[in-house]
Design a protein around this ligand. Structure first.
Ligand code: ADP
Length: 374
C-alpha cells in the first residue's frame, strides 16, 4: 500500500488538515483536506482521525507534519520532533503566546494518540533565516535585545511555496526582485530576491506591518504606552485589543471579514478597506525600496486570491512603481494579471502551505518522491 502523510495546521480557533498519498509514480498528492472550526485542538484531532473514508490513509500513515509558527533563533529548517525538540519549542512560547500553544497541542495530541509515529515540525519563521543583521535588528538597548528581541518574520511556508511556484511559472521574474502579498486574516508582505526572503512586513511578532482582520499592523509604540499609563489598561486587555479587536474589525466596528466590508455601504466599512489598501501600498513601496526596485508583485491567500477589487486598488496605488493591471485577467483571477507592457508584472498564485509542509516532511523523514515540482 502506498504511504500517507497528514499535515496539520492547528490554529487558535481552527484546525486545517490535509492527507497526502504517494502515487505509483512517486508523486505525493492531496487525497483530502479541510478545516474544522472551534476551540479545542484535541477534539479537532479526534474529528479528523474519525473522518469517514480516512481509515486507509491512517493505516498507511508514515508521519504527521505540523505547522509551528515560531522556530525562534535556532530552527532554520523543518525538523523531526524529538523530546529535545519538543522541549525547545516549549521555551519559545513567550515569543508567540497566542499561536504557539495550539501548534504544540497538536504535536502532543498526536504523541498521545499515535505514540511512535514520526512527527515533523515546519516553522513559519524558517524561510526568513539568514537575513542581513540590519534587517533582523530591533533598535533597542543591547541588554533588551539579549532577551531574544529581534525581527523574525512569519508566513514563511506560504512565501516559500509562492517563491517556488513563481519560479515554475516565470523563472526570469522569480530570479529578480519580487514582493509577495499574503493577504488573509493575517497579512504580511515578503521581499524576495532570487527566491530568497530579504525582508518582510512582520517583525518580532505577528502584529507588525499590514492592517489585518483583527490586528492593527504597524502602530506607534507610544500608543501602547498610553493604553497602559493613561487609560490604565491591563496587559491582558491590551493584548486583546491588539490581537482581537483592532484592524478591519476595529476600524469598521462591523466585521474582520473583507467580503462583508466590501459588500457593506457603511462609511466605516469603506474606511477600513481604504486603510487596508493604503497600508498594503505603503508597505509594498517600502519593500520595493529595500529591493532597490521591483520586477513583480504576487497576490495570495484569501483576500489576495479572491478579491479583484482589492488587487486593483493596491496595484492602482502602486502604479507609480510601474504596475499596470490587465482588467480582464484581474477579474478572471490570473495567474498573470499585469498588462503585457507593464514594466512590473503582477500575478495571482494560490498558496498551499500544506503542500510545502509535506515537501519538507518527505525530506526530513527520507520518504522519497516529491510533492512539488523542483
Ligand atoms: P487565514 O489567515 O485565516 O488563513 P484566509 O487566507 O482564508 O485567512 O483569508 C481570509 C480572508 O479572505 C477574509 O477576510 C475573507 O473575507 C477574505 N476573502 C475570501 N474570499 C474573498 C472574496 N471573494 N473577496 C474578498 N475577500 C475574500
Amino acid at each position: 500500500m502506498s504511504d500517507a502523510l497528514l499535515a496539520l495546521n492547528a490554529g487558535s480557533s481552527s484546525l486545517k488538515y490535509a492527507f497526502y498519498r504517494q502515487e505509483a509514480d512517486g508523486h505525493w498528492t492531496a487525497t483530502g483536506r479541510g478545516c474544522i472550526e472551534g476551540q479545542v485542538p484535541e477534539a479537532h484531532l479526534a474529528q479528523v482521525l474519525a473522518l469517514p473514508g480516512r481509515s486507509a490513509d491512517l493505516r498507511a500513515l508514515r508521519g504527521v507534519v505540523h505547522r509551528v509558527v515560531h522556530g525562534g533563533p535556532g530552527f532554520s529548517k523543518a525538523v523531526r520532533v524529538t523530546p529535545e525538540v519538543r522541549a525547545s519549542l516549549q521555551e519559545l512560547l513567550p515569543l508567540a503566546p497566542l499561536h504557539q500553544p495550539p501548534n504544540l497541542a497538536g504535536i502532543d495530541a498526536i504523541t498521545r494518540r499515535m505514540p511512535g509515529l514520526p512527527q515533523v515540525a515546519c516553522f513559519d519563521t524558517a524561510f526568513h533565516h539568514g537575513w542581513a543583521p540590519v534587517t533582523e535588528l530591533v533598535p533597542l538597548p543591547g541588554a533588551i535585545r539579549a532577551a531574544g528581541i529581534r525581527r523574525y518574520g512569519f508566513h514563511g511556508l506560504s512565501f516559500e511555496y509562492i517563491a517556488r511556484a513563481l519560479h515554475r511559472a516565470a523563472p526570469a521574474v522569480a530570479a529578480g526582485r519580487v514582493v509577495v502579498a499574503h493577504l488573509g486574516n493575517g497579512a504580511s508582505l515578503c521581499a524576495l530576491r532570487d527566491g530568497r526572503s530579504v525582508d518582510t512586513s512582520f517583525g518580532f511578532t505577528t502584529l507588525d506591518g499590514l492592517c489585518m482582520g483583527t490586528r492593527p499592523g504597524a502602530l506607534d509604540p507610544g500608543i501602547v504606552l498610553y493604553l497602559f499609563q493613561q487609560l490604565g489598561l491591563s496587559s491582558a486587555a491590551v493584548e486583546d485589543i491588539l490581537y482581537r479587536q483592532s484592524g478591519l474589525l476595529g476600524i469598521s466596528g462591523l466585521s474582520a471579514d473583507m467580503r462583508e466590508l466590501l459588500a457593506s455601504d457603511r462609511p466605516a466599512a469603506a474606511l477600513a478597506v481604504e486603510y487596508f489598501i493604503h497600508r498594503a501600498a505603503r508597505e509594498t513601496a517600502s519593500l520595493a525600496a529595500v529591493l532597490g526596485g521591483l520586477d513583480a508583485l504576487v497576490f495570495t491567500a484569501g483576500i489576495g486570491e479572491n478579491s479583484a477589487e482589492v488587487r486593483a486598488r493596491i496595484a492602482g496605488a502602486c502604479s507609480w512603481l510601474g504596475i499596470r493591471l490587465d482588467a480582464t485577467a484581474n477579474a478572471r483571477g490570473g495567474p498573470r494579471i499585469s498588462a503585457g507592457d507593464s514594466p512590473v508584472q503582477a500575478w495571482v498564485i494560490p498558496t498551499d502551505e500544506e503542500a510545502m509542509m509535506v515537501h519538507h516532511a518527505i525530506a526530513v523523514l527520507g520518504l522519497g518522491g516529491q510533492v512539488l515540482s523542483p
